[in-house]
Every structure is written in C-alpha cells, then in structure tokens.
Design a protein around this ligand. Structure first.
Ligand code: UD1
Length: 363
C-alpha cells in the first residue's frame, strides 16, 4: 500500500509505480491519496502527466493545522489498513501524509518502508525534519537516496535497515528527458522566454512565507532583482495566500512574471533554461543540480548537502543578499559547465528497479 498526498510525493513515486506495474512480478499495488493537496495543479495534473494510476481511495483530508491534518489522516487510514492488511506500507518523503501513514502502519504492526530515508537538515523547526526522523524510526525498510543519507541513518542506529538505492527523482528525470527535449522550445515560447534570460523562483517554506516581515523582505529583494533580470515565479498556494495579503510586487518593470503552480515538464523546462534558481524546496535543489542550473537556497540548512559541492547550490539566509548573489551567478557562465562536470550523487536513474527488488524480497 502506497500512501501519497502532496505534490513532491507524486513525482518521487511515479517511476516506482511504473516499475512495480511493469516488473513487480506478483507485487500488487494499492495507492491511497490522503488529499493533503487537492487543487488540480497540485495533484491531478501529476497523475495525468506521470501516468500514475488513480488511487483506490482519496481521504479528502484537505488543509488544516498540523495536528488536525495528521490526526484526520490517521483516523481515515486506519480502517483501510486494517481491511487491506498490506504486506508493506510504503511512504515517500517527509510530509504530514508520510508521518500519518507511518505512525498508523507502525501501530498496526504492518511493516513500513520509507522512500527517501535518511535525509537530515538538522533543523527540527522544519515540520519535514520531524516527519522524516519519526518515519525513519518507525520503518523496517529504509530506501536511502545517497551515501550521506545512509551515514545519517547509521549515526542514528538504523544502518541495519538501510539500503542505498539511489534517488527516484533521478529516475523521474531520466524518464522525462526525451519529452522535455521535444517540448521545451514550445514551452519557452509560450512563456515568451528565452534560454538564460530569466531567473526562476519557487518559495513555500513556512519559515519564509508565513512571517509577513520576512516575506516582505524577500519581495523587496525580488523587486530589486527584477529591475535588471526577468523573474519567473510559479506561486505555491501557501505563498499565494500570503502574497495577496501583503504588498504586491512592483509591476512597473514588466520583468516579474507570477505564474500558477506548473506541471512537471513545464517546471523542468523553466528550470533547465533559467540562468539560476532561487528556491526553498528540497526537490528543486536536487533537480537544479541534475539539470546543471546554479541554485540559491533561501534557507540556512539543507537536507541535500551534496548539492553544495563546487558552489552548485548556495545557502542564503538573509534576503538582502539575494540581488547581488543572483547577479553574480547569472553572469558567471562557467558555473554551469562546472556543475555539469560533477558526478551526480543521486544515482544512475535506476533506483526504482532496486527498490522493487527489495520490496519483493522483503514482503
Ligand atoms: C507540503 C509539505 C512540504 C512540501 C510541500 C510541497 C508538510 C508539512 N509539508 O507543504 O514538505 O514541500 O507540501 O508543496 O506536509 N493549498 C491549496 N491547495 C492545495 C494544497 C494546499 O490551496 O492543493 C494551500 C492551503 O491554503 C494550505 C496551504 O496551501 O493551507 C499549505 O498546504 P499544506 O498541506 O500545509 O502543505 P504545503 O505548505 O504545501
């Protein structure tokens, strides 16, 4: 039983689902959607684009406080798990959906497998750090994407349950690269952008967008950037709700392009062709690295320290530092080729096959 609910989980799981269906050899798959993300552009579009079969149940949990959202998920998951009694519950990533399914399975003594195990930012103020740590400690199978993740698990006494599988985001990227090559020109044209003439921005962490004073400082920094560079900003619903309440962006310069959340191919096209990415997302730091686009992460920690090597990704906590850094990076034409030369720490794009084999052996 695979439990998903939020956008990044659909991306991480898509290649794995494909592999189970194609080569699972007797592995049956039941997909449950908690409904944590429910807008078409945060959920349904990814099922369509990535060819994920429809879930057998949607728990329609929706948005709520952490405790309430997690608790409702647990109460709705419990009867489904009791009825299906799966051999293994599989949970991806670090969202409230991950934690709710992990705790529910653990309490029912159903073996639990964690996809993307062992990530640590070291910052327990992030809800994701709490979710991923607790999930790892409830699991009996830990699929670690990188060597760093395995070391983190060893340090917490979980090394015996850990398998270095590689990262399924690398699989997802490998699958869509041919589609991307076919579509990216059309996508760029539709957005009236050309390669390297803009920066891409994505922000949704509570630490950046839930504090009005900090969000205003970030908006001011982006307004400054947009005086000289095009800024393309697909706005996450959490951020959208807060931006509206705050001062709007300067639209005097026509350089600021606010978009709705985009699909996977669309996002990767925008990322691949951007001169640099400014983000606070975990997945985007990684995708940026794999597409060789320099990245600035608006946080003081990262759960993907591998991306920091050679300046491919830089952590910046202070929004006032953004304009100069973006300008330096956008005009540093050698950085992209330096990133390209690095060996990817995220595996060979065949993590899903290893995971399916482990699931078969351990069911
Ligand atoms: C969640 C994950 C985060 C992940 C992110 C990806 C947790 C604790 N956080 O954060 O790790 O990086 O997903 O997007 O699980 N909303 C909509 N439509 C939707 C979903 C949400 O409008 O389809 C709005 C609601 O106002 C909601 C807010 O976005 O209150 C935030 O949603 P929430 O479920 O709290 O999680 P994210 O912030 O998206």
């Amino acid at each position: 039983m695979l439990v998903v609910g939020a956008r990044p989980q659909l991306i991480k799981c898509a290649p794995l689902v494909k592999e189970i269906l194609a080569r699972g050899r007797g592995l049956e798959l039941e997909i449950i959607h908690t409904g944590q993300h429910y807008d078409r552009e945060m959920s349904a579009i990814f099922f369509q684009e990535l060819g994920i079969p429809q879930p057998s149940a949607n728990l329609n949990v929706g948005s709520a406080s952490h405790a309430k959202q997690t608790a409702i998920m647990m109460t709705r998951l419990e009867p489904l798990m009791i009825k299906a009694r799966p051999d293994i519950v599989l949970v991806p990533g670090d969202t409230n959906t991950t934690l709710a399914a992990a705790v529910t399975a653990a309490k029912l003594t159903i073996p639990l497998a964690h996809l993307e195990a062992g990530l640590r930012s070291g910052d327990m103020n992030m809800p994701e750090e709490v979710n991923r740590k607790l999930t790892d400690h409830c699991s009996s199978l830990l699929f670690a994407p990188t060597k760093t993740a395995v070391s983190n698990l060893e340090r917490e006494g979980l090394g015996g349950l850990a398998y270095l599988t590689g990262d399924t985001n690398a699989d997802a990227l490998r699958h869509v690269m041919p589609i991307l090559a076919r579509m990216e020109k059309r996508i760029m044209k539709r957005h009236r952008l050309s390669s390297r003439n803009y920066i891409l921005v994505t922000l949704h962490r509570p630490s950046n967008v839930d504090n009005p004073a900090r969000l205003t400082r970030i908006q001011n920094a982006l307004n400054k950037v947009s005086k000289t560079l095009n800024v393309v900003f697909p706005v996450h619903p959490r951020t959208d709700a807060r931006l509206v309440k705050l001062t709007t962006f300067d639209d005097e310069t026509k350089n600021m392009k606010l978009l709705n959340p985009q699909g996977f191919i669309e996002t990767l096209s925008l990322l691949k062709n951007a001169s640099c990415l400014l983000t606070d997302s975990g997945g985007m730091q990684k995708e940026s690295f794999m597409l060789h686009t320099p990245c600035i992460t608006l946080r003081s920690t990262t759960e993907w320290p591998e991306t920091l090597v050679g300046g491919a990704n830089r952590l910046v906590a202070n929004p006032e530092e953004i304009p100069k850094l973006i300008s330096d990076i956008s005009y540093d034409f050698s950085l992209r080729s330096q990133i390209k030369k690095q060996k990817s720490p995220f595996g060979d794009g065949h993590a899903s096959a290893r995971i399916v084999k482990l699931l078969r052996e351990n069911r």
